[in-house]
Design a protein. Structure first.
Length: 277
C-alpha cells in the first residue's frame, strides 16, 4: 500500500535517503529543506510523486504555512517525519549564546512546531504516524555534546507525553534513536564551538578533532537504518523507541542498566521520604 509522507531536513543524510527509498517503492513525498533545488535531481524522475518546499523549522509561521500547504496538496498525509536537526560540539563554557539558541531552536522548538502544526490535520483525518528523529544521544551523554544531548533528551520527554495525549485520536509516534551513522552528520558536519585553552588537555577534547574530520567512519549504515525506520510504520502499536546501530544498542543498554542499578540502591531512601499516614 502506497503512503503519503511529509519529511523535514531532506537535503542530505537520513532525510534524503528516506526520500529516495520512498520514491523507489512508489510512495509520495512532500519534502522540505532550506534549498529545494538540492532535490531537483530526484524530482525529475519522481513521476510527479515528489513535492518540494523551502522550510526553515526555526520559523514558526513558515512551518505552519508549509504543513498546511502539504495537507492541502496531498489531501491526506500518512506519516510525518520530523528529521531536521544538527549537532553542536563544545564544552558548556565554549559554546556561544547564539550557538545555544540555534541548537535548541532547531532541534527542540523546530521539531515541536512541526508536530504541533500537523496534529490538527492528523486528528481531522482520523490518525497517522509520526517519526521523530532523536538519537542514542537522547538516552546517553558524552562530554562536549551537552547542548546536543539537551535537545534530544528534551524532545524525548516531549514525545513521552505527546504520545499519551493523542493516542485516542489514532495518532501514533516513534522516537528514532540511531547510533553514529555514515552520513554528513557524523562525518565532519558537526558545528564546532571555539575551543578554550583550558579544555585542550582534558580527555574528551580528542573527540573534537575526530568529529571535525571527514575521515571519521561510524559503524552505522544509513540506508539500512532508513529502511528500518520505514518498516516501523507497518508495526502497530507503534514502538515507542527504535534503536538503530550496534553502538546505540550497547551504549543505551549500559546506560539504562546503570541507571536502574542506581535507582535500586536508593530505594530505601526514596520510600523513607513519604509522609506518615
Amino acid at each position: 500500500m502506497s503512503r503519503n509522507w511529509f519529511i523535514t531536513g531532506t537535503s542530505s543524510g537520513f532525510g534524503r535517503i528516506m526520500t529516495e527509498c520512498l520514491l523507489e517503492r512508489g510512495d509520495t513525498v512532500f519534502a522540505t529543506l532550506r534549498k529545494p533545488d538540492m532535490l531537483h535531481d530526484l524530482q525529475a524522475g519522481s513521476q510527479g510523486r515528489l513535492y518540494l518546499a523551502a522550510l526553515d523549522v526555526t520559523d514558526t509561521d513558515m512551518v505552519r504555512q508549509v504543513v498546511d500547504q502539504a495537507f492541502a496538496v496531498l489531501g491526506r498525509i500518512d506519516v510525518i517525519v520530523s528529521n531536521a536537526g544538527y549537532g553542536l560540539f563544545g564544552a558548556a563554557e565554549e559554546v556561544s549564546d547564539a550557538q545555544i539558541r540555534q541548537q535548541l531552536d532547531t532541534n527542540i522548538l523546530g521539531s515541536i512546531t512541526v508536530v504541533r502544526a500537523a496534529l490538527p490535520h492528523l486528528r481531522a483525518q482520523g490518525g497517522g504516524r509520526i517519526l521523530q528523529l532523536s538519537s542514542m544521544g537522547g538516552q546517553i551523554a558524552f562530554p562536549g555534546l551537552g547542548l546536543y544531548h539537551a535537545s534530544k533528551w528534551a524532545i524525548e520527554g516531549f514525545f513521552e507525553s505527546l504520545i499519551q495525549e493523542v493516542a485516542s485520536f489514532g495518532i501514533e509516534a516513534t522516537l528514532i534513536e540511531p547510533g553514529a551513522a555514515r552520513t554528513q552528520f557524523g562525518r565532519g558536519s558537526v558545528v564546532m564551538a571555539e575551543p578554550l585553552d583550558a579544555y585542550q588537555t582534558v580527555p574528551f577534547s580528542a573527540r573534537r578533532s575526530v568529529l571535525a574530520q571527514d575521515s571519521y567512519t561510524p559503524v552505522g549504515d544509513p540506508e539500512k537504518m532508513v529502511r528500518e525506520m520505514i518498516a516501523s510504520v507497518d508495526v502497530s502499536p507503534a514502538p515507542l523507541r527504535l534503536a538503530l546501530g550496534s553502538d546505540a544498542y550497547r551504549l543505551i543498554h549500559e546506560a539504562l542498566t546503570e541507571r536502574l542499578e542506581q535507582l535500586e540502591a536508593q530505594k530505601a531512601i526514596a520510600l523513607s521520604t513519604d509522609a506518615s499516614p
